[in-house]
Design a protein around this ligand. Sequence first.
Ligand SMILES: *[C@@H]1O[C@H](CO)[C@@H](O)[C@H](O)[C@H]1NC(C)=O
Ligand SMILES: *[C@@H]1O[C@H](CO)[C@@H](O)[C@H](O)[C@H]1NC(C)=O
Ligand SMILES: *[C@@H]1O[C@H](CO)[C@@H](O)[C@H](O)[C@H]1NC(C)=O
Ligand SMILES: *[C@@H]1O[C@H](CO)[C@@H](O)[C@H](O)[C@H]1NC(C)=O
Length: 344
Amino acid sequence: MWNRSVFLCLSLALTAFLVQNAESQETFRNPIFNGNSADPSVLRVGDFYYLTLSTNSTTEITIFKSSRLTNFTGAETTIAYVANSEQHSLWASEMHFVDGELYIYFTMNVEDDVGEREWRMHVIQAVDPTNPMGLWGSPIKLMSDFEPAIDGTVMKHGNGQNYFAWASTWGIWIARMDNATTIGASKLRLRIPVPTSPWECDIYGGCLNEGPYFIYNNNVSYLVYSASSTFLPDYALGLMSIPFDKDPMNPSNWDYGENAPVFWRNDDEDVYTTGHASFTVSPDGTETWMVYHATDSKEVINGNRVARIEKIDWSENGPVFPRPHGFNTDQPVPSGQILSLIHI
Ligand SMILES: *[C@@H]1O[C@H](CO)[C@@H](O)[C@H](O)[C@H]1NC(C)=O
Ligand SMILES: *[C@@H]1O[C@H](CO)[C@@H](O)[C@H](O)[C@H]1NC(C)=O
Ligand SMILES: *[C@@H]1O[C@H](CO)[C@@H](O)[C@H](O)[C@H]1NC(C)=O
Ligand SMILES: *[C@@H]1O[C@H](CO)[C@@H](O)[C@H](O)[C@H]1NC(C)=O
């Protein structure tokens, strides 16, 4: 009896040691998906990560569910919306909680009010906000009288007011949200590429800001956006910020940063076209992780943008971005991620 309990204790201790050790040593490699996966956006709901993408099929919104941020290959999927014959080009969908309900914001090419085909922002609502894999409602068009819009995102500024930001006519725009499905009438062009910033312009002279996404720390909202050409290797991320107690609808309240990219191509590891970032946390909530797309080629970009992740650190001045990691670099998995031995 005595011997048996000692043995049990020892083997339990050994198992605990092995599990802890395996956890601290476990690594992953980019990418996190085995196929064309531009504009990746992840939301953590309960114990799972839910990923949406701009895949080759631009007539539906597919949700991928994984317990591991490092791997969506072969993940469980559901289709949240299928376009009708009048609708196409569903791009850059993002899942957000607003006022306790769960929504997907996305752009879709539809006929506008004067009969012209344009990209307009739409939103669908989950029937059960705790279950992204469940049923979703019909699309509601946002900002119908505004000009074409893509890459919509929600800003939860700490002043209790939500804002909606999107990309249109080469710049990033913002407006107040009256509620999750209604955008206020007054809009502001927050940012257009400054002609003196070559990093926001491509080699042919086209300048572009798009793909806004917000992260928050120490009572400051940070806007991460993509700049330069979507289809060239120099696509890069920029950063601007505004304290919670300042009104985002006043351009002079924004800190426009250092006029330099914060995350850009890494030729040493064959990573190009680094852009369209979204952000989430590690399973234990202690780390910030960025989900973005990039290519492994300077020439082949369309159809070759693949979802990857990087850990983001924080300093007093805001988020600190690493250099992009290529397919051959091992990185520690997000803190608290369950072991790959346990497949769920
Ligand atoms: C990713 O998940 C799939 C499905 O569970 C599995 O077959 C594959 O081995 C996993 N890949 C990695 C790198 O863990
Ligand atoms: C948002 O506001 C619109 C317009 O007032 C209204 O029709 C809609 O029901 C509201 N939605 C929610 C979730 O409150
Ligand atoms: C953020 O603002 C809240 C409310 O004003 C305050 O209680 C808190 O100390 C602030 N936190 C930081 C890190 O400044
Ligand atoms: C997606 O389209 C690209 C070309 O645009 C093609 O190279 C790629 O094989 C396609 N991927 C899938 C999964 O169909």
